[in-house]
Design a protein around this ligand. Structure first.
Ligand SMILES: *Cc1c(COP(=O)(O)O)cnc(C)c1O
Length: 383
């Protein structure tokens, strides 16, 4: 499809190209010095004690669950309005995902009230997801977790560069998991990062990332070790030097990317309010500084979403949905307890459409999208 305005677009320059070439010419491709530099720069950027780079955020979530010791018989509270990896990670370790509802049509992050209703004696952890880069109510969630002695794992895949009360999202709970997939605010193609301030957790995460081995090929190459022990059944969830090199460059651009995204969201708010007042825009006044990963809007109640998205497509504008709720997927249906359902998640997810958002989208393009939305709303209402 030849989109006039795609949902997202990657912003790479000559800097990323040069960084990749440097790695190729160094002839050292697996995890080594470039990855170590990426990890320490990332840790510094979010203010965490440890950062551990991995192959993707799904691997990060899996390792976070393992490192926290979650397993069979444990319940982990998760949002259903998230990417499926948030809940899959819980299933990887044999624990039970328990789906909590979101707060409201203005705040699509986990409802603290709903989390409370999900608590049982088996609850061991909460995985929060900062939808669109907007912060969950971390103060309330952390105090609830402390009260009940629960781990808090942050799925910060949307939150590269988001801040709440001066503190980076992803650094509030015991472990934070970031994604550098192609459509995220900073990218390495595939990639992810774990952060934690806990030395013990960091050590377990490092070991589990690489087969449970006590030394890396890199350390042996450097002469720091010649053998190793295997202290756990680990995985190969390593990143590589090529991706880390791209990540280091992208990290230096992240703040600027996010400033551009914020500007674009301001234009959207202004134009849509004027041209499409029947549309509901969530997160209009939300605590913290979002990195604006996506721009979600809610169609009027009873609106015809497929026709709306078709009408946008006819104008060569790509839209998407975030998300079909996880509990409705075939692989999840009826498997887990869910007293009373998730009315807010279900209501919002039927109406949600995501509009294009990426650094470099111009003011004229935003106006063009807003005008297209106005037409699409009109056409989809007439059908
Ligand atoms: C992208 C994403 C993930 C998975 O990230 P990968 O790096 O692609 O594994 C997990 N959770 C959420 C909310 C995401 O958006």
């Amino acid at each position: 499809m030849d989109w006039r305005i795609p949902l997202g677009a990657i912003d790479f320059g000559v800097e990323e190209e040069a960084a990749v070439l440097d790695v190729l010419r160094s002839r050292w491709l697996t995890m080594g010095g470039v990855t170590q530099a990426f990890e320490s720069e990332f840790a510094a950027s979010v203010g965490a004690r440890h950062a551990i780079a991995v192959s993707n955020a799904t691997a990060a979530l899996h390792l976070a669950c393992l490192a926290c010791g979650l397993g069979a018989g444990d319940e982990v509270i998760v949002p259903s309005l998230s990417f499926v990896a948030t809940a899959n990670a819980v299933r990887y370790v044999g624990a039970t995902p328990v789906f909590a509802d979101i707060t409201s049509e203005d705040d699509l992050t986990l409802s603290v009230e709903s989390i409370r209703r999900c608590l049982t004696p088996q609850t061991r952890a909460i995985i929060v997801m900062h939808y669109g880069g907007y912060a969950c109510d971390m103060t309330a969630i952390l105090s609830l977790a402390q009260e009940r002695d629960l781990f808090v794992i942050e799925d910060a895949a949307h939150a590269d560069g988001s801040i709440l009360e001066g503190r980076a999202l992803g650094t509030w709970g015991q472990v934070g998991c970031y994604s550098f997939f192609s459509n995220k605010n900073m990218t390495t193609g595939e990639g992810g990062m774990l952060v934690t301030n806990d030395d013990g957790l960091a050590e377990r995460l490092r070991i589990l990332r690489s087969h449970g081995m006590t030394s890396l090929t890199w350390q042996r190459h450097q002469g720091h070790a010649w053998s190793y022990d295997v202290t756990a059944v680990g995985y190969n969830y390593r990143i590589d030097e090529i991706r880390s090199a791209i990540g280091r460059v992208q990290l230096t651009k992240l703040e600027h990317f996010n400033v551009q995204r914020a500007q674009i969201v301001n234009w959207y708010n202004e134009y849509l309010q004027e041209l499409a007042p029947s549309l509901h825009i969530p997160f209009r006044s939300h605590p913290g500084e979002s990195c604006h990963h996506i721009f979600p809007v809610l169609l009027p109640v009873g609106g015809d979403r497929p026709s709306f998205m078709e009408a946008m497509k006819a104008q060569r504008i790509q839209t998407s949905i975030h998300y079909p709720p996880i509990h409705t997927f075939s692989a999840y249906q009826g498997l887990y307890p869910m007293d009373g359902g998730l009315p807010v998640t279900e209501g919002v997810s039927r109406r949600e459409v995501t509009l294009p958002l990426y650094p470099g989208l111009t003011q004229d393009e935003v106006l063009f999208v807003a005008q297209a939305v106005q037409r699409a709303l009109h056409e989809s209402a007439n059908d």
